[in-house]
Design a protein around this ligand. Structure first.
Ligand code: 7TS
Length: 414
């Protein structure tokens, strides 16, 4: 039987914008136009309400107390784990570990899995377009273990050279750690294919989903990656919360990352035994209120519809790209065929920082600089770019204002 044909309505963006109180503010006398969503997204009212509700009604430490508040807080905290599990299609809730963010999730793997499994001469493969948080932990590990870091090159459009990737893989490859969506280019990498090729050689795969989890449908079982890392704050959720998904078998075999309360079963001065998953990796009091509020962020995305959000953002991306190239001297960095939500650009004779300052004077927030991807900037022989990145609440009208702002930049600076 054929699947029923679903016709999705366009989103009511005006109504969605009403859910984000910060969008009503002005910056320097101009209405805020927030185009720095790849750095962090704004938060809908239901996330703010969930935080307020937690601290107003049932703030308590979790997992330890038997009193009512502790039970309520524990139940709400664990509900977010279930929500995350289904959001990324993980087989079991034990495979969802809460961290402080993508950076901590990657470091957890580098310190725990890495130190137990990487030996002298082993090879770790990353790419030219990694965020520093998916470079530096591996450099530290390689230095410590005398292992070798190998880098997948990219072409001028900002796409991975898959042939070169295949050539880098070999019997010494232990780990491939790859970004799903580049924060500086918007490129969507073929992580399913990358994973399959690595697995054929017995290597483990970590996917940095910091930029992909908000824009793409994530199914970790379909990707078949071994680890998947992302941050709540880029998904309309609070800062200070991240997720590490890991395959159970791997997580079970890994030593703890941080030692302390909650991650133990029994402590004595002779011998300490560790807790079951996921608690083995959640030492100390976690960011309870923000984890609880993160559930509201996922529910916001689910009720709005990820497919509808993606379609809207794709429309913004295509519209913005077609308008930006009309600006004299503007060059887009990153022209991958598969791309989401991010446009990096440079303008002749205009330093990215000056572009950022002049746009801010009109209430337009963009990011400028190297975007924590200095090796990528080096690849393009530029110090940095200006970057706009979209979320569900952005509009074509805002892009028109951005274009006017950039025309003014060109007039002033050239
Ligand atoms: N990986 C990628 C691809 C990212 O874009 C970021 C943050 C991180 C990892 C680290 O995430 P965190 O939540 O632990 O900080 N990217 C950006 C950015 O593009 N602008 O500010 C932060």
């Amino acid at each position: 039987m054929n699947a029923p044909l679903t016709i999705s309505k366009p989103l009511d963006i005006a109504a969605i914008r009403q859910e984000f109180p910060v969008l009503n503010r002005e910056v320097k006398g101009w209405p805020l136009i927030y185009l720095d969503n790849a750095a962090t997204s704004q938060k809908p009212r239901q996330v703010l309400d969930a935080l307020m509700h937690y601290y107003t009604n049932y703030n308590a430490n979790i997992h330890r107390g038997i009193h009512t508040l502790a039970e309520e807080a524990t139940a709400a905290f664990e509900l977010t784990r279930d929500e995350v599990q289904s959001f990324i299609g993980a087989p079991s809730r034990e495979e969802i570990i809460f961290t402080r963010g993508t950076t901590e999730s990657i470091n957890l793997v580098a310190y725990s899995w890495g130190r137990a499994n990487i030996r002298a001469g082993d090879e770790i493969v990353i790419s030219t377009m990694e965020h520093h948080s998916n470079i530096v932990p591996w450099q530290i590990l390689c230095e410590e273990k005398n292992a070798v870091l190998k880098i997948i090159p990219i072409n001028r459009n900002g796409e991975l050279l898959m042939d070169e990737y295949e050539k880098l893989l070999g019997p010494k490859t232990r780990l491939v750690s790859i970004v799903h969506v580049s924060n500086a280019l918007g490129t969507v990498n073929p992580v399913k294919q990358i994973t399959a090729l690595a697995h054929a050689l017995g290597a483990v795969v970590l996917v940095d989903g910091a930029q992909s989890a908000v824009h793409l449908d994530i199914d970790v079982q379909d990707l078949d990656c071994d680890f998947f890392a992302f941050s709540a704050h880029k998904l309309y959720g609070p800062t200070g919360v991240g997720v590490l998904y890991g395959k159970k078998q791997l997580l079970e075999a890994m030593p703890p990352f941080l030692g302390g309360g909650e991650m133990i079963r029994e402590v004595s001065f002779k011998k300490t035994t560790f807790n079951d998953l996921p608690y083995k990796f959640e030492a100390g009091t976690p960011n309870i209120g923000d984890v609880i509020a993160f559930r509201s962020a996922i529910r916001f995305m689910n009720t709005t519809g990820k497919e509808e959000i993606r379609r809207h953002e794709q429309d913004l991306l295509e519209y913005a790209q077609s308008e930006l190239v009309k600006i004299p001297g503007l060059q887009i960095i990153g022209k991958a065929k598969e791309k989401v939500s991010v446009i990096s650009f440079i303008i002749d004779k205009a330093h990215p920082q000056d572009i950022g300052i002049l746009l801010d004077n009109r209430g337009i927030a963009v990011r400028t600089g190297h975007h924590c991807a200095q090796p990528l900037m080096e690849r393009f022989s530029i110090p940095g770019t200006a970057r706009v990145s979209f979320a569900v609440y952005n509009t074509r009208d805002e892009i028109d204002e951005l274009v006017k702002g950039l025309q003014r930049v060109v007039k002033i600076l050239s």
